[in-house]
Design a protein around this ligand. Structure first.
Ligand code: BES
Ligand code: ZN
Ligand code: ZN
Length: 512
């Protein structure tokens, strides 16, 4: 859906629902846009607040009939919560609440009246757009009939520019929000879709389609290409499946950008059964999302191209299935990575680090990057450690990790650092090969995963993001419906933008 900025008096906006955002306060701020609108409404909003039926708590709603006093048929009150708890994420959440409430009403048009706040209009436009488009996300492709009570007729979404608000700033924010939300929703589609459709060839095709509609260049290595590059670990994981693996390379090379690129690497395991070290059956179906890091990289690259990001960035997605078969890699097998290091496979379910090993080595050898950031649903242990509200972060690039922490707060895709002390590397020493793919014992599972990856980056500054806990949610959140979250895209785009002088913006809070 296209979000459109409309400059008009709120009472003149002819839509089915006009959403008005209010803080948790007993009274309307005199002379505010909402107070003026309420004069037209004959005090209907005032009455609602006085009755106590609408608290203004974050994501609370109430519907007010306008009785032809204004052009809109209904006014939807949407709570922003307490003023001092107000951040950009409050706007995303409230916007999603408003948009999904309008959808539930079965209406076709909704307009948002942005709340007065000290956040720059561009940021407000972006947050409202992100919230609405991310909140409205659904995957209907595999349903042959609409769900019970599915009356999704919502087609028009406006943001009203009033008073002195600069329409242009609001519009550029809306456009950024639109680009980011579309990238996230594309990644969600890929992760939510089943493994029998989204296999490595599908991911490769998707990457080629993204390149065709943007300025990105796409190249895909097939099995022969992988053999040429001696990607023994990726080939080893893929050998148990009938689906051929793919190694996707997407390049963003803006004119005049001469510097070493940033390389992003995303785990593209389109289904992880565990292989010969097979997983238990319960919830195994969720392992179709084991390509969420790869999907995030495709989304980030698409968004960077559409936003006109000024620096060179390369996205790499090693993609494979991990299945048991007569050809599958076995515990005890030794694989030779592209870097030349030999790896003893102790557990075939620790396959993500194997396919990433070759991608990291490829990044180092082919691009001599300024920095590598990988995103991977790597370990169940990170779900135990951090649950679903923080991504595990490890690495050697302190400056990038600081940037990611700040970007995590801004985007509400928070990261939390785990240590990568030298001592952890001892756990992956192998008796027969250079290293083994799991640690001795079950201690520090996520860190051992990071320690394994570190073996393949050499001196290149690098950050590893373990998104196993954050890529998927079992509960509906205001702008994250259950299933794939599309985590990492808004995070990385913000962190990368903050690297470019002049684009860093302070995190503002809602104060009025
Ligand atoms: N894809 C899984 C990790 C995962 C777990 C992702 C839960 C999303 C949710 C990964 O390939 C895996 O199986 N890791 C093993 C590693 C172990 C064998 C050292 C794990 O976490 O159990
Ligand atoms: Zn696995
Ligand atoms: Zn996996």
């Amino acid at each position: 859906m296209q979000v459109v900025v409309k400059r008009d008096k709120p009472e003149r906006v002819a839509v089915d629902v006009l959403a008005v955002f209010l803080r948790q306060e007993k009274s309307l701020t005199p002379k505010s846009v909402v107070a003026q609108l309420d004069v037209r409404l004959g005090g209907r909003i005032r009455d609602y607040l006085d009755s106590g039926d609408f608290s203004g708590a974050l994501n609370s709603t109430a519907l007010v009939r306008t009785g032809a006093t204004i052009q809109a048929s209904r006014v939807l009150l949407v709570g922003l919560g307490k003023a001092d708890a107000g951040t950009i994420d409050v706007l995303r959440q409230a916007s999603a609440t408003a948009a999904t409430a309008a959808r539930r009403l079965g209406v076709s048009s909704v307009a948002f009246l942005p709340p007065p706040c000290d956040i720059a209009p561009g940021e407000v436009g972006q947050a409202l757009t992100e919230g609405a488009l991310l909140g409205l996300y659904t995957l209907k492709k595999y349903k042959t009939a609409p769900e019970n009570g599915d009356k999704d007729h919502l087609r028009e979404l406006y943001i009203v520019a009033t008073g002195s608000t600069t329409q242009r700033a609001l519009e550029s924010g809306v456009q950024r929000g639109q680009i980011l939300a579309e990238a996230v929703n594309m990644a969600r589609d890929l992760s939510n879709s089943p493994g029998n459709e989204v296999n490595p060839s599908y991911l490769a095709k998707q990457a080629q389609e993204i390149a065709a509609k943007t300025t990105l260049r796409c190249h895909v290595l097939d099995v022969d290409g992988m053999r040429e590059h001696q990607m023994g670990c990726l080939l080893g994981v893929a050998q148990g499946s009938n689906q051929p693996p793919a190694f996707i390379i997407l390049e963003h090379a803006p004119q005049g950008a001469q510097e070493k690129p940033i390389v992003l690497v995303g785990k593209g395991l389109t289904f992880d059964s565990g292989g010969i070290s097979i997983k238990p059956a319960a919830n195994m179906e969720d392992m179709k999302m084991d390509m969420s890091g790869g999907a995030a990289v495709l989304g980030i690259m698409q968004a960077l191209a559409q936003l006109g990001y000024p620096r060179r960035v390369v996205g790499l997605v090693p993609s494979s299935e991990n299945l048991p078969s007569g050809n599958a890699v076995k515990p005890g097998d030794i694989l030779r990575a592209m870097s030349g290091k030999t790896v003893e496979v102790i557990n075939t379910d620790a396959e993500g680090r194997l396919i990433l090993a070759d991608a990291l080595a490829y990044a180092v050898q082919e691009f001599k990057p300024a920095c590598i950031v990988d995103l991977a649903t790597l370990t169940g242990a990170v779900v135990v450690a951090l649950g679903s509200h923080a991504t595990g972060m490890m690495g050697t690039d302190k400056a990038m990790m600081d940037r990611l922490r700040t970007a995590g707060e801004y985007s509400a895709e928070r990261v939390w650092e785990l240590p990568l002390f030298e001592e952890y590397s001892k756990q992956i020493k192998s008796d027969f090969a250079d290293i083994k793919n799991v640690g001795s014992g079950r201690e520090a599972g996520s860190i051992v995963g990071g320690a394994f990856l570190k073996e393949f980056v050499g001196d290149t500054p690098w950050v590893h993001l373990d998104i196993a806990g954050t890529a998927w949610t079992r509960e509906n959140r205001p702008y994250i419906p259950k299933g794939a979250t599309g985590v990492g895209i808004r995070l990385l785009v913000k962190a990368l933008e903050d690297m470019v002088e002049g684009t860093a913006q302070p995190t503002a809070t809602v104060t009025t």
